[in-house]
Design a protein around this ligand. Structure first.
Ligand SMILES: [Zn+2]
Length: 268
């Protein structure tokens, strides 16, 4: 009988120095930087309000998303964004969830869900053998996620408030990752992708959905927002390669793009 190695538990790490954190009273503590990260309503908060205003130029938009959190997964909202604004005739919440599940098929261990919103996709793939860590910088949206998780009795998922450029995890801990509907919102695409790659194991898959330039109303709306990227597919291909991912397979539906990549396995 081959010896079974117990799976190493993944926990939160200090987003500044990446050292493992120690549990404290309603907080996580970094013994290296002497920083304390409070836990609010079960959600570790790695982002102080003062820091958020400085680093997140899209903050006003995120506040609007907080207001939308309760209806974010509704048929009306998804139809409006996908079908009306992005001319994506074949995509739906259901088809996106299926695409993510297919990307993570056969993966066991730990999955990172970047900009997880109200845990829309993370809680659909979380299981006792596939534990999800969802991060987002909107506390209101995360609280909605906790409500959804409790209502549905989902196990194997944890949420934290953090930003993609400073993920609260050690290197190479995730067996897979999800980045649903947010890549175009990150101020520095390359920095965000490099940080996601840092936390992933070699060969781990990443499922992405985003919007690209096209002949749909969303292009005009996005171009008016100076902090939103309107990607061209060849540019995304370059971003992926330069950030340490391979196997870029884009699928376009109107302006809505889905693709999966893998973290490059270094040659020996
Ligand atoms: Zn630290």
């Amino acid at each position: 009988m081959p010896e079974i190695t117990p799976m190493k538990a993944v926990g939160f790490a200090c987003p500044k120095c990446k050292c493992p954190l120690q549990p404290g009273q309603n907080a996580l503590l970094c013994s290296e930087c002497h920083l304390t990260y409070p836990i609010l309503a079960g959600i570790p908060n790695f982002l102080a309000e003062s820091e958020l205003a400085r680093v997140a130029p899209n903050y006003r938009w995120i506040q609007m998303l907080e207001f939308l959190a309760p209806i974010y997964e509704g048929q009306l909202w998804h139809s409006f964004i996908l079908k009306t604004l992005a001319a994506a005739r074949h995509s739906s919440l259901h088809s996106i969830a299926s695409f993510i599940s297919e990307t993570l098929e056969g993966v066991a261990g730990f999955v990172l869900d970047v900009a997880c919103g109200p845990a829309t996709y993370g809680r659909r793939v979380a299981s006792p053998s596939l534990n999800v860590f969802g991060i987002d910088f909107s506390m209101g949206t995360l609280k909605q996620g906790m409500t959804n998780i409790a209502r549905e009795g989902v196990t194997g998922i944890r949420l934290a408030r953090a930003r993609v450029e400073e993920l609260p995890f050690e290197n190479a801990v995730f067996d897979g990752a999800i980045c649903g509907g947010s890549l175009h919102l990150f101020p520095d695409t390359a920095l965000a992708l490099r940080e996601i790659a840092r936390t992933m194991k070699a060969g781990a898959p990443l499922a992405v959905t985003t919007f690209v330039a096209g002949n749909a109303p969303l292009t005009c709306l996005m171009k008016r927002r100076k902090n939103m990227h309107v990607f061209q597919i060849p540019v995304l291909r370059l971003f992926m390669a330069e950030s340490g991912f391979e196997g870029f397979e884009p699928k376009l539906d109107g302006m809505f793009l889905t693709f999966r990549v893998r973290k490059v396995v270094p040659s020996k």
